[in-house]
Design a protein. Sequence first.
Length: 583
Amino acid sequence: MLRMLSGARARAPGGRALTLLAWIAAGCAPSSRSADLVLTNGRVVTVDDDRPEAEAVAVSGHTILDVGTSEEMAAYVGAGTEVVDLEGRLVVPGLIEGHGHFLSLGRSRMILDLTAASSWEEIVALVGEAAARAPSGTWINGRGWHQEKWTSVPTPNVDGVPLHDALSAVSPDHPVLLGHASGHAAFANARALEEAGIGPQTPDPAGGTIVRGPEGRPTGLLRETAQRLVSSAQARAEEGRSAEERDHDFAERVRLAGEEALRNGVTSFHDAGASFDDIDRLRSMDAEGSLPVRLYVMVRRESNETMAERLADYRILPEGNGHLTVRSIKRQIDGALGSHGAWLLEPYDDLPSTAGLVLEEVEEIRRTAEIAIENGFQVNTHAIGDRANREVLDIYADVFSQHPEATDLRWRIEHAQHLHPDDVPRFAELGVIAAMQGIHATSDGPWIPRRLGEWRARTGAYLWRSLLDAGVVIGNGTDVPVERIDPIASYYATVSRMTVEGTRFYPDQKMTRMEALRSYTLNNAYAEFAEDRKGSITPGKLADLTVLSQDILTIPEERIPQTQVELTVVGGEIRYRRKEDGP
């Protein structure tokens, strides 16, 4: 473990004693300015081209005071300085989650976790246990199942997903809604379907599918926007909750999400996204100093009419050590590959009856783009399929051409998972950022060729190398809670393309280790217009730092997944310390 020292009481093991004894002999810092925190005797990878590496970092208040050798940083040690002996460990800029769902992460820790379920029978058993404990009529929620990760295909099934009968049998008195790992589908039991008024004659909503079995009977699987029919029924059932209960629930989500982020070395989080009401709550928490990590929040689920009227009031740029930024809008043109909702140029290989779903109409997104330009907001559009990515690039190109006065826009495409090769250079030409998630490639890799066919998968899936070589800025993340918020796992996937099955998913598209680190730090800072505030360990920038147990830039590749987060520092404050006996 790291050795925690303090001012003149500092002691060090072995060969480092002389350095620390020199500090003690000095009695106080000879510099005119003492540091509040000094991390020393480590390998500091700054992601700053002017000084790429160092041994130590000095922090004053919420900013980086200086970077240099351990001897140089000794000048900043005074009686009140906290000194951390890194004992050779790696320090990198605070890791930035480039695309996730902050409040959903918190909520995922308050409901059934289905991510480890290896079969439909296991999920049914978990729900049955929850139903036995919960009062009759209580809603039961879960998230994280994925039919492609089950060890067997349930019988009977439609498109590899079961009918709701077994689930309904163990929960006849409880409405149940279980979210797919991707967030782009959900499974409901009979009671939940009844509460939502879904039956054989219920029409599919725009952008969604009520999957049906024999004689048109709903199976329980709801793709894309069809999920909202049931989630709206649950919201109606919970309208009687008091304001105090709602506020407590919101604060608990923030607390749990922040706790998970800090444990994983994440100091900033791009949240995709939040309503105006949620932003109001986050703004209050930021004013109170109670946001655990920095949030870059995208406005979502507000109509174009509402945004045109109110968007200017929600432009929030942080000052000092402020933790909240709002200057972007999230839109979503298609669904996910896992649920056959990604919008493709050609039909799915394993479901030729569809080429995906359009969740938000092209003209609606185009109008959002106009509103964003008028209000100085960034547009970040979810696009996974090759048709979806092309349509979004077309929208951006059209709006940019009509507003030549607007510069440095840094608009983004979130995920950019499957591209037609012809569209790769367009990202660079338009200055569009690809906000991707390394872990998605290796998590999805085993089944992507079944969805797309081998040729489309090889030439279009997760084209990190092609995008980088074209000059495109790539941000990295996990899309948590779709995947765990583990930057080390996503980093490893980015540099290895190693799937859970032990095969490499088109490894010619992998990043170098330094490129991957930059994608989790300075590139993500750039993607939120904050490269002058964070993303590198540079004097004057925010003191957001992550200390890792191993040097992920040099250790053998197969050891990267065993790397642990030792310390997480946000604004000069140590917010997380790994314990000796666990995380």
